[in-house]
Design a protein around this ligand. Structure first.
Ligand code: ATP
Ligand code: MG
Length: 293
């Protein structure tokens, strides 16, 4: 059984949202059976799951002291993947959970406060020698700060090439225990979650060296999507910021067409006419020119 831990010292960065969404997506993608474990005393994930009609993914609320035992039981029961949600702020609690991780997911909003806080989470993962991926969450499409945050985060570790944008779907779908994939399956939000899971699944398969985890389908356009700010340019939130940095602008806006010259021909040898000048090739008429020793 493999264990993914969502962790970040910063409160409200999207740990619970991503835990629920990734667990549901992993189950849908056939990476299950999946178990969700809530180690946060706030119990947000537990409340979400209690409102849920569908039993999968399986759910366990556990204290930190019982975590090892809980995970051993889940593994023995045949669960293939566990996603653990952690509380914010309490370094020692986060650290105890991260100790069990095969991969740590750090949701981070593109804001100075979130960026300043990542150091503490990175320290915890490094102390345990655990691989970590940042996921930009609640990003505003095409806002300059999203790209700048990705660059800042990349100084600390890998940044997922799939960004989760700020959309009401994410909060609204969780009210009755569901996720965006279940409530609005054809939405941009659902597509982001699906792509994020595919990326994480491929990453996890490499980390744990398990080829059976490699997704059947792997989109090749992750990086380009990140540059373009997703395909949701018609979302209402986009109106807030359309400040496109110059290099990206060149990608988004095709260069103007250069008009062709229509004046008189001024070349000595226009295309198609035989060359009448001096022979300058080393190999003429199929024979190599003899060199005088
Ligand atoms: N991509 C998103 N778009 C819109 N709202 C979001 C998004 N991600 C999270 N939210 C909302 O932000 C709030 C905080 O999210 P969440 O509870 O997942 O964060 P958290 O890191 O688990 O918080 P805590 O540190 O308190 O446990 C919630 O109301 C959630 O619905
Ligand atoms: Mg939470």
């Amino acid at each position: 059984m493999y264990t993914i831990v969502t962790a970040s010292q910063k409160g409200g960065s999207g740990k619970t949202t991503l835990s629920g969404h990734l667990a549901v997506e992993a189950e849908r993608a056939g990476a299950g059976p999946v178990a969700l474990v809530d180690t946060d005393p706030q119990g947000s994930l537990a409340m979400w799951w209690n409102a849920r009609q569908v039993p999968a993914p399986h759910f366990v609320k556990t204290g930190l002291l019982d975590l090892g035992q809980t995970l051993a039981k889940l593994a023995a029961s045949g669960f293939r993947l566990t996603v653990i949600d952690t509380p914010p702020a309490i370094t020692s609690s986060i650290s105890q959970v991260v100790a069990f991780a095969d991969l740590v997911i750090v949701p981070t909003r593109p804001s100075p406060h979130d960026l300043r806080a990542v150091g503490a989470t990175v320290d915890i993962a490094e102390r345990h020698g655990k691989p970590l991926i940042f996921v930009l969450n609640e990003a505003t499409a095409r806002a300059r700060i999203t790209g700048e945050s990705a660059v800042a985060l990349s100084q600390h570790g890998t940044v997922a090439p799939v960004t989760i944008h700020h959309r009401v779907d994410f909060a609204a779908s969780m009210i009755d225990g569901r996720t965006v994939q279940e409530v609005v399956p054809n939405s941009a939000s659902a597509r982001e979650v699906a792509e994020l899971w595919l990326y994480i699944q491929a990453k996890l398969s490499r980390l744990v060296r398990d080829p059976s985890l490699i997704p059947d389908f792997q989109p090749q356009h992750f990086a380009v999507n990140a540059l373009m700010g997703g395909e949701d340019s018609d979302d209402e939130e986009d109106d807030e910021a359309v400040d496109i940095p110059p290099p990206l602008k060149q990608i988004i806006e095709p260069p103007p067409l250069v008009s062709t010259y229509s004046g008189p021909e001024r070349r000595v040898n226009p295309p198609g006419t035989p060359y009448t000048g001096v022979e300058r090739r080393a190999v003429a008429f199929g024979r190599r020119r003899m060199l005088v020793p």
